[in-house]
Design a protein around this ligand. Sequence first.
Ligand code: NAD
Ligand code: UDP
Ligand code: UDP
Length: 408
Amino acid sequence: MPYRIPIRMIQRKSKMLCFCAVTVLIFFGIYQTFTFADSTRTPRAFGDDLENEIKAIESKIRILEQKGSKKFPEVKFLTYKDRKRILITGGAGFVGSHLVDRLMMQGHEVTVVDNFFTGRKRNVEHWIGHENFELLHHDIVNPLYIEVDQIYHLASPASPPNYMYNPIKTLKTNTLGTINMLGLAKRVRARLLLASTSEVYGDPELHPQNEEYWGHVNPIGPRACYDEGKRVAETMCYAYEKQENVEVRVARIFNTFGPRMHMNDGRVVSNFILQALQNESITVYGEGEQTRSFQYVSDLVDGLMSLMNSNYSLPVNLGNPEEHTIMEFARIIRSIVGGDSKIIKKTAMEDDPQRRKPDITRAMKYLGWSPKVPLMVGINKTIEYFQNELRRSRHSERNFHMPDTLQI
Ligand code: NAD
Ligand code: UDP
Ligand code: UDP
């Protein structure tokens, strides 16, 4: 009670004080503007200045807006009925990112899950922000709960130096990771395609390799984490198919190359091209008599998509049957790139498969698929990509590759 009157008085006084202060400030501002502040400025000049400043701010806003608003390649429109929700594990990697491009261009909703062990965000950077695209930083060794219609399961290191770097992680990714993706497929009734490999044939005694061949793998050698990891991943697929009616597709992928291979990937195509481009020695492991057959990445993407959408559920080889020895391949790269790199022999890799060439009869028969891109065409595109990578990394610019159809 005793404090009521003084408080009201204080409130009234402070309101009056505020009112007086604001009035004085307004008058002082007007006075400054039109008289002393700048004797050279007339009210019109002041108005002009203000207008110029507003224009400058507007143009800055426009620049910021342009930086923020991103142009995306024109994607096809699919109706709700035709549009699928597609998960690509390992979608920020070399093969995965090309698959992302194709499925996005077709108008599907694509979710990429990647832990960025060997993949890079910039491989899919051109889709970030698109309403049909989502990038999840996630390790598939841990469970994943999302809703999808199809799963392309590509997550796994693929180059020998990468998968040998942490063999336990390679095993976990291919075993626990595959179980998780199959569990997800089972829960949401999605179809799952496994990116398996010609390595399931090991160092093969049958040549060329067809899908009936059971393989020749050293279960305790340096490549076992990958080879056996993929073999058990295949086993898991067929167990889920048999026991849980999960629809599975298994692609046995043979050596694939193209733009977006990692510079430090360590695989033969990227190594030889980068060595030749920099006039370094081209390193052939062993005598170079071992063979490989190389397919260009766009052919593989065609094959993966045909397999996913086919009714065929047994394993299918996807590769280009054109076979070369590694020594021949070193000479081919040197002759296309030019320069005067020497070809030198280094210690042979342990358990290195000696001959590899796919029998693609099954893919031709059930998918109507065969590779289209000639080796030289693919090699030239890949050389061009690595030339750019070298140029740009020298100038420490950011660089990312978009296929021809996506140049924007
Ligand atoms: P890559 O290394 O470029 O891509 C693999 C991707 O998987 C990377 O983005 C990586 O970060 C991601 N990844 C790895 N472990 C993961 C994990 N635990 N959780 C989430 N993401 C993970 O290799 P690539 O050449 O694009 O190969 C893709 C797939 O195709 C692999 O499964 C590989 O075994 C298979 N394959 C490729 C070839 C080839 O020549 N490129 C040949 C045979 C099989
Ligand atoms: N899982 C997952 N996402 C799902 C469903 C399952 O990651 O949407 C994982 C789950 O954590 C489990 C694995 O997939 O470890 C296998 O699932 P499944 O249902 O076959 O086995 P269960 O859960 O009965 O052991
Ligand atoms: N290779 C080579 N020099 C290199 C890299 C690889 O001679 O700098 C050989 C390797 O020993 C193998 C072949 O090239 O015989 C293909 O190797 P890559 O690592 O590309 O894949 P792989 O088919 O062995 O999985």
